[in-house]
Design a protein around this ligand. Structure first.
Ligand code: FAD
Length: 317
């Protein structure tokens, strides 16, 4: 079922959803299930599965380094298929521009269609590890809006090159990313919102936001988006702070501000166990305010161990 249909079916009730990261290559999927199992108590209508782009590794041989390319966390579409089968839930693969030619993307979309995946999250992806700027893959999509156009074309029955008649067209529901505190590369929030509008105009059906800790940023973002005609659902992404180093890491990586009272609490914490508890309590309060605002869904970034997301969901859903 499409994400947007889940929102319609829920009427005004706020839904619970979360995002998982595929395990490292060589791990067992049972580890993933162990983290997901407890969260199913809260009936998520959908679960997102991230995609990690390729990276370089250097292999030493006779004193020389040979550069190879690898993916540390492959398997996103396979994991989605297994989640749909095991939990009877919609699973959403994140599809990236970076690292894929348009042809490879087309094959991936066809696989998703065959596997009964109804939703896709279309993203550009970050620069490769060790590179400062995003470089589009030769023959790939440059921006998320290009990827949305490609998916939308397939929804309309158009392959990239051949005019093969599609008798059973996919009808993917497409999500895209939004940034309440602007994307790190964007010259301004206003310029970034215009880019978001381009993604929606290209065919995106809903937006999931980058994590934020100040709800006012989200409220302002939604108002500004509505003012320029972005009328699709905008789902807040929530990340519970889990370790002390998040104080520096999250603002650096995701370009966000944290409220001073949260910073003070975390700084006072004696260990990461206390930080994890502070993160849970903060996320509960943050979520309560967002539910009151009437958000259709709260989307949690679970990243590995899910006990904190479980405790948040237990208090709210
Ligand atoms: P875009 O929408 O393409 O925007 C990228 C930048 O380019 C922005 O600054 C935008 O303003 C600018 N821009 C857009 N169009 C144009 C144009 N035509 N001309 C000039 N500038 C333009 N990353 C992963 O690697 N894997 C994941 O699974 C993943 N999941 C994510 C899920 C969510 C909900 C979010 C919010 C982010 C996720 N990311 C993921 C991170 C994301 O890939 C990065 O934030 C990336 O840097 C931007 O992706 P985007 O889709 O927002 O890009």
């Amino acid at each position: 079922m499409k994400v947007t249909d889940h929102f319609k079916a829920s009427k005004d009730k706020t839904l619970f959803s979360f995002e998982i990261v595929p395990p490292q290559k060589g791990s067992n999927i049972q580890e993933l299930y162990k983290n997901i199992d407890p969260l199913m108590e809260f009936n998520p209508p959908f679960i997102d599965v991230t995609t990690s782009r390729e990276e370089y590794i250097y292999i030493e041989k006779d004193g020389l380094f040979d550069r190879k390319i690898t993916r540390m966390r492959p398997g996103t579409v396979g994991i989605c298929a297994s989640l749909q089968h095991k939990y009877n839930v919609d699973a959403i693969p994140h599809v990236l521009c970076g690292g894929f030619t348009k042809e490879e993307t087309e094959y991936l979309l066809v696989d998703c269609h065959y596997l009964g995946i109804d939703n896709l999250m279309a993203l550009r992806g970050d620069p490769m590890k060790g590179e400062k700027y995003f470089k589009p893959t030769k023959g790939g999509n440059t921006y998320a809006s290009d990827l949305v156009l490609q998916i939308d074309a397939l929804n309309k029955g158009k392959f990239l090159h051949d005019n093969k008649e599609i008798t059973y067209k996919p009808d993917f529901c497409i999500g895209v990313a939004g940034y309440p505190e602007k994307h790190i590369e964007s010259p301004s929030l206003e310029a970034d919102l215009k880019r978001l509008k381009e993604k929606v105009d290209a065919g995106a059906h809903y937006v999931v936001t980058q994590m934020f800790f100040d709800n006012q940023r989200y409220f302002d973002f939604v108002n500004a988006a509505r003012a320029i005609g972005i009328d699709v659902p905008i789902i807040p992404g929530i990340k519970p702070v889990a370790v002390k180093k998040h104080l520096h890491l999250l603002p650096q990586v995701f370009w966000l501000d944290m409220p001073q009272h949260l910073i003070t609490e975390i700084e006072k914490a004696k260990n990461n166990k206390e930080v994890r508890q502070i993160g849970v309590e903060f996320a509960i309060q943050q979520s309560k305010e967002l539910i009151e605002f009437g958000v259709p869904c709260l989307h949690y970034y679970s990243m590995g161990k899910s006990d904190n997301v479980y405790n948040i969901a237990k208090a709210l859903f």
